[in-house]
Design a protein around this ligand. Structure first.
Ligand SMILES: Nc1ncnc2[nH]cnc12
Ligand SMILES: [Zn+2]
Length: 317
């Protein structure tokens, strides 16, 4: 089944480039940039990948991103991810990056963007993988800081298809970012947002009604609100679900309890994605495979999930 799932043509719509930083590359970049690490070796770092919630993961993810310093580093990170796409028949990807994670450390916006965009262009030309880059605001920071990030992005506006919202969800509702999303939309950006990962269904309502998002990132807690479920089904609003992430971050205690197939059968446009594959134990095929192993996902269901991912693209390939 793994090989069959791997061969299925698919799109990945929820992937943080910083979360695809494998420990081996992290150590190589630390050496290249002469950065001392608090872990002795790759195995010790991998051993630290045990999380009780989103925040515990984010603390390590931001720490790991510190090794990314030069345009070449961002190119290498993105290129390594695209190689995984090629190996898993991901024909289209819409990755996120968090500019503030880097600009707040003194890395110029254009250094980050040029490295990523250069690799995405080579990915299209050399690997045949189409892509659309999503600029994600960090929601634990202020709306004013998000406005500053949008200012920095404007000279490069053609490099993006959308803006997104990620980082610590609880206590940082979508309403906090209504004005910057209004501005992004008026500048022609599409919008997506993480909502209903750890946060309540109200955050999903706000993301839809206030941020006017095209897709919900995660959204698994929508199932707690029947009226919200009906809306998502009626309007066929895609959900970018990340099964291994959800179990690693204890959103569900076990994959057996994941609701993605229940949502699929109820007519929700759910898709399968890897979120932060270096930290959560697998890329998109591993996520599909976990659904087969623990939830008995059939070939027919896998085909529908893969087709949903192709249908839910913001950019038509
Ligand atoms: N799963 C996730 N939720 C929120 N912010 C993130 N940043 C990277 N991964 C994330
Ligand atoms: Zn995410």
């Amino acid at each position: 089944m793994y090989d069959w799932l791997n061969a299925l043509p698919k799109a990945e719509l929820h992937l943080h480039l910083e979360g695809s930083l494998e420990p081996e590359l992290l150590f190589a970049l630390a050496e290249r940039n002469k950065i001392a690490l608090p872990w002795n070796d790759v195995e010790t770092l991998r051993g630290a990948y045990a999380f009780n919630n989103l925040q515990e993961f984010l603390d390590l993810y931001y720490q790991g991103a510190d090794v990314l310093r030069t345009e070449q580093d961002f190119y290498d990170l993105t290129w390594a991810y695209l190689q995984r796409c090629k190996a898993q028949n991901v024909i289209h990807t819409e990755p996120f990056f968090d500019p503030q994670t880097h600009t707040d450390r003194g890395i110029p916006f254009e250094v980050v963007l040029n490295g990523i965009a250069g690799a995405l262009k080579d990915g299209q030309q050399q690997l045949g993988i189409s892509s659309g880059l999503i600029l994600s605001f960090l929601r634990h920071l202020s709306e004013e800081e998000a406005h500053k990030t949008l200012d920095q992005a404007m000279p490069f506006r053609d490099a993006f298809i959308a803006v997104g919202l990620d980082s610590s969800e609880m206590g940082h509702p979508p309403s906090k970012f209504q004005r910057v999303f209004d501005r992004a939309r008026s500048e022609g950006f599409l919008t997506v947002a993480h909502a209903g990962e750890e946060g309540p269904p109200e955050y999903i309502w706000e993301a839809l009604d206030l941020l006017k998002i095209q897709r919900i990132d995660h959204g698994v807690r929508a199932i707690e609100d029947e009226r919200l479920m009906q809306r998502i089904i009626d309007e066929q609003i895609p959900l970018t679900v990340c099964p291994l992430s959800n179990t690693k971050l204890c959103v569900f205690d076990h994959m057996r309890e994941h609701n993605i197939l229940e949502m699929l059968e109820r007519g929700v446009k759910v898709t399968v994605n890897s979120d932060d594959p270096a930290y959560f134990g697998g890329y998109v095929t591993e996520n599909f495979h976990a659904l087969h192993t623990h939830l008995g996902m059939t070939e027919d269901q896998a085909k529908r999930l893969a087709q949903n991912s192709l249908d839910a693209r913001l950019v038509r390939a």
